[in-house]
Design a protein around this ligand. Structure first.
Ligand code: DGL
Length: 264
């Protein structure tokens, strides 16, 4: 008998879709529940205390309701702040999102890499630790951008982000001392790969890396040997608030194989 338990993806908004896409490519019939904490979006401008108080409890409610085989925190901000607490609170395996500093350092020829995340993510000691462990011989420049998160959400709702606006956000990295030598940028926010075309256009010659493909491999590894439904079915979208913004996102995502919308 096939196992109908879904994979639960969680983010503040639509950024986690950059993790869903490579997962669907590897596991095409995996049932998917995608939860966006739209009531508390954006996370990147919140305090550590706010995120730590909210995320484990919310994940607990989602797991109780959807009984997933695995939960994925498809959000760097939530993962770098609350992953251990979420793991302690849940009785299912939890995969987090870690800024891809290790592969970026391995790729860099100039030994100057950029970490582009939310303001909350780039100030985390977790990022200091990754930089010290995997990029000790690199200059690691960081920039927190709430603007790119907003642009990515709008892009997904159908409003194409102008390249000039994306370029202004990237200047936060390039204008720092040594910034002109950056050859690899870590997209340390799951929203940013949604702007891949604009990022590539405004920073030619710079390579961008994110955690999505690695997370998909990790999910496939952790679910190895489990059975999946024979056919792909539309995913379920969950919001924590219901308003005009959520309706717009749901309408766009209906074209990306999300058939049902629910309110937590
Ligand atoms: N997508 C999230 C991340 O990876 C956060 C975006 C936000 O809500 O600020 O960090």
């Amino acid at each position: 008998m096939s196992d109908a338990r879904p994979i639960l993806f969680f983010d503040s908004g639509v950024g986690g879709l950059s993790v869903v896409a490579p997962t669907r490519a590897l596991l095409p019939t995996a049932p998917i529940v995608y939860a966006a904490d739209s009531a508390f979006f954006p996370y990147g401008i919140r305090s550590e205390a706010e995120i730590a108080a909210r995320v484990p409890a919310l994940l607990g409610r989602l797991v109780e309701r959807y009984r997933p085989r695995l939960a994925v925190i498809a959000c760097n901000t939530a993962s770098t702040i609350a992953l251990p607490a979420v793991r302690a609170a849940l009785d299912v395996p939890v995969v987090g999102t870690v800024p891809a500093i290790k592969p970026a350092a391995a790729m860099s020829a100039t030994r100057v890499i950029g970490v582009l995340g939310t303001e909350a993510t780039v100030r985390q000691p977790y990022v200091d630790d990754l930089a010290a462990r995997f990029a000790a011989d690199c200059t690691v420049l960081r920039h927190g951008s709430a603007g790119l998160v907003t642009l990515a959400e709008a892009e997904l709702a159908g409003k194409v982000a102008p390249e000039a606006a994306v370029a202004r956000e990237l200047d936060g990295l390039f204008a720092q001392p040594g910034g002109d030598r950056i050859d690899v940028i870590v997209n340390a926010c799951t929203h940013f790969p949604l702007l891949a075309a604009q990022l590539a256009a405004v920073a030619p010659g710079v390579r961008f890396v994110d955690g999505g493909p690695g997370i998909a491999l990790r999910i496939a590894h952790l679910t190895q040997g489990q059975s999946w439904p024979d056919r792909a079915a539309p995913g379920t979208l969950v919001f924590t608030a219901g308003g005009e913004r959520e309706s717009r996102i749901a309408a766009t995502l209906a074209q990306r194989d999300f058939g049902k919308t629910e309110l937590l």
